[in-house]
Write a protein that binds this ligand. Sequence first.
Ligand code: ADP
Ligand code: MG
Length: 775
Amino acid sequence: MLELKHIKKYYQVGDTLTKAQDDVSVAFRKQEFVAILGPSGSGKTTMLNIIGGLDRYDSGDLLIKGKSTKDFKDADWDAYRNNSVGFIFQSYNLISHLSIIQNVEMGMTLSGVASAEKRQRAEDALIRVGLKDHMHKQPSQLSGGQMQRVAIARAIANDPEILLADEPTGALDSETSEEIMQLIKELSQERLVIMVTHNPDLAHKYADRVIEFADGRIQHDSHPHVEGTKSDQFNLKRTKMSYFTALNLSFNNIRTKKGRTFLTVFASSIGIIGIAVVLALSNGFQKQINQTQSEAMASMPVTISQVGSDNTAMTGTSQKSFSKADQVTAKTSAADKAQHVNKLSDAYLDYVEKMPAKDAKNIAVSYGTGMNLMREVDGKYKTVSFSNSNPDSTTFNASAMLASTTGVGGSIYPIDRDGKQSFLKTYYKTIAGKYPTKATDLVLVVNKDNSININALKNLGFNVKENEHFDYDQLVGTQIKLVANDDYYTKLPTGTYIPSQKLDDLAAKPKTQTLTITGIVRVKSKNSDGLLAAGVAYSSKLTEMVLNENKDSAIVTAQKASATNVMTGQTMDASTKASVLTVLGGSSTPSSIQIYPTTFKLKDKVLSYLDKWNKGKDKADKVIYTDLAGTVSDMTGGLMDAITYVLVAFAGISLVTSMIMIAIITYTSVLERTKEIGVLKALGARKKDITRVFDAETFILGFGAGLFGIFVAWLLTFPINIVLENVTGLAGVAVLNPVHAIVLVIISTILTLLGGHVPARMAAKKDAAVALRAE
Ligand code: ADP
Ligand code: MG
């Protein structure tokens, strides 16, 4: 069955050489009860450990069923211990944080026996050793004799062919010793039992064969055996601990040390708490800053008008001294000199439209185009307009003079470059009706106090008195007809064009469109009041629609060909003619372009994009913009970033500190559990399995610390927000981003795993024989 051939094992400590095994040759039968007697330090334990595969021999050979073990790999030894050998120790070596039944199951757990079978076999083994009534106790609730019975049950649960017992009764009184010997004797009926003892009486009373050992050598053998040369098939089933077993083992261990675990988790989570709170705060502040900035940008867009002012031309014009001349000189004023006509060509418009969408989400293009508008009031159509100016005023009204074209006016709200409606939705809420969706949808913009310019309503054809109130539904749903030039203007035989006198007929013309006021909107935040003037607002899509309809109309064609005003017959200069054409819809040149940069920081990108157009161009071809926000700086944003980095760095240091702490705690745990490591190895655990057990423990600690930290940080955001609101008036600043929370838990887990992995590897490398000798 087993044969030791010239086994040697020497220990060199300092100058002393200990010959623990000094050329030992002995063979064992398949079934017998062998007792090994000898004085302390003679090498009995060493021999047992070598036979059990817990310790390696220096030279010689150990034959198992005739098979040499010289070429055994670690995995073979692990499997051999697990499948073929059962160990019983003097000090029982039960794993104290596992229940009795779990202790007995451990060997089978390592070799992956299914849980029902495992439980059955463990119970059978416990019944066999006489512990039927104590099966569900904890190891600490048992007497010495009972604990040794558990250890015996654990050793035989896997039904090994070899049972190795190292002074199994050394710690027991004589009566209990007899019982245990009786049990071992019984078990030796089915297997080879090798028992070390220093009690010659027990040895001679129970054993079939007594070997006397001294100074690392066999002195006497009562019943020697010569092993034949036959070689049995010898198959070993590899062991493997599952991650779940590792986690379970660690979890049980952690559970027995609740106080320490809580302190560890709490201390390790401080770093996470710090980082989470800093991130939550900077998130909130950044959001606040971005909102303030974008509100400011919304009221101060970068504007490109048909006539710009070239500020560079105005410098150096202030007079330095009084003139000594006695004449007067005629000069163009500096402001006039700086006037610059921008050529807002289609190419330029294209260029602006191609600006990166993230820098400027919204661009609003305004045209001077008029619209022929009319509304049915008391059963009759009358002309209306979107203007906010007083319709009764006698002051010069360009659109009224130029033509009876009525629609010039109203505000144009920007629409996103991708057609979405973010501007209105960001800054305005609907207090009645809904947001516009189509080109023909209009909205009424009201002030914070729900007031609206009285002229806007008068121009829309409402008969309205000062301070008159309107219900929302009196305004929402109002329909206005938009008439095409060709229907609106009639050519007289004299060649001049006049607006149609039969407005009622125009409503039914096929080209006539219906515009609808779909909602009433009001600014959301008090900071963004006045982005759009109170009155009618629409998008440039409506103007583009009108332009498309009217650009080739008869009146436009006629006006293009004529030097005089085709409606009044008056002669005009070139610029008046251009204005008339624009109002009639004969010019697609925008009157102004408004660009809304996303933030202050991005405004610089927008400006440099616009500057790039001018590069290398003649002065006349340059396009000059007005930057209303001017030099308002981006200080706040940059400062915020810097503060966040510094704070995160500090919190990061505490995170590293917790990682080191976890490493120390794992190291302590390794030291504490040295015995357990030895037991697990005796049961066939691989190095990897031991690493896994400790990795699992740090995993639980790291994950727990992460979760706990996030939870505390989240709790902290409430008092922090209350304090901040009292101090700064800003509500809900600290908001923990769920993505940050998840990332921090992952970071905590990974860092602690890293910190604990080194001690875990140390644990795995521990020599099993040394580990079991540890006290
Ligand atoms: P026994 O079990 O018969 O009391 P051991 O087999 O435990 O004896 O020890 C045999 C000798 O080997 C002893 O002198 C012991 O000190 C020595 N020894 C055992 N393990 C080691 C070790 N890891 N390092 C050094 N010496 C050891
Ligand atoms: Mg010993």
